[in-house]
Write a protein that binds this ligand. Sequence first.
Ligand SMILES: *Cc1c(COP(=O)(O)O)cnc(C)c1O
Length: 396
Amino acid sequence: MTKLPDRRGRFGIYGGKFAPETLMAPIEELEHVYFTTGTSKQFRKELDCYLKNYAGRPTSLYYAESFSKEIGCRVYLKREDLAFTGAHKINNTIGQVLLAKKMGKTRVIAETGAGQHGVATATAAALFKLECEIYMGELDMQRQSLNVYRMRLLGAKVNCVKSGSRTLKDAINEALRDWISNFKTTHYVIGSVVGFHPFPVMVRDFQSVIGKETRRQILRAEKRLPDYLVACVGGGSNSIGLFHPFYKDKSVKFIGVEAAGKGLDTDYHSATLCKGNPGILHGSFSYVLQDKYGQIHPTHSVSAGLDYPGTGPEHSFYKDAGRAEYYGVTDQQVLNAFHVLSEKEGIIPALESAHALAYLLENRSRFNPDDIVIVCLSGRGDKDVNEVARIEGVQL
Ligand SMILES: *Cc1c(COP(=O)(O)O)cnc(C)c1O
């Protein structure tokens, strides 16, 4: 089997570099630096040191006994909610900001949806003493006001994006505009396995720490590999981070769970792999939610972190190759899962992560009693508590 992606950044037919001419220079610079410095033993050692001592890795792999009883199989949770700043995003931002520093950049920019990537970028920028500017849709700023304040506390400037649907996609457009004007001093910290090469492979490599730890931990706990890995898919980074190190283990099935919002048969969802088709968005060829003219579809999800009309090229490849299966769960099913895990395990999950849990709750009959199922608990739910209370009509 050939290594993926190939040298042009292709996962089969997906991926690549569909970037404006003005961005070719910074993209090629990044590609060169990533494949020399960024993949070197010395860089990895330095990064591992920060992941361990600053971000609190390895995160635990927790056997969720009560939740397992509820589902009827052996469920382990990979506790990315315990990583510093409350989600897996920190694995990627420490990697990219450290690399930006090695490149001699003085400033980083990023887009953010739920605000977790913005917070994680602002955190890494404070750590490595780089200037930081974050682009965030106006709607997301309203939904996630606490994270906006956290970013400002960390010394970042937060720019409100009022164009389009005022969510993640529009924030990415603005960040790209900034990068085109400022790439000499600035690195663009993309928050998921999306965008042009080398972002999908670089972010996957940084997030693969999730799957590498999980493999070691499950072999120690159960003396065998798991039967299923389940993770939510927005851009696709926590899922690829968990899946990728098991790619060659054909007995391990991958299940990606997307946001079906108000239902897959409505116009209100973000289920790109379930309902989209191949097209170009933000610099790479991948599944996209678009109309018959190629215009990007508006999206909806109860969780701001999954509210995006694209997904990573590696997932698109996994889908076509049948290596992973992708399903959608509705907002209602997600809210139910949010309560079930809180009550059964004392863990309040992020609404994004609750998508993966909801798949298990809705598909109990699929699993046998001795199946080992590992769910990526991509983040903690503190950021979502206000939003859930609002949706459920609870006065705080
Ligand atoms: C951002 C985010 C996601 C979605 O992004 P992926 O790139 O698909 O992982 C999922 N869970 C949490 C907690 C997030 O913050």
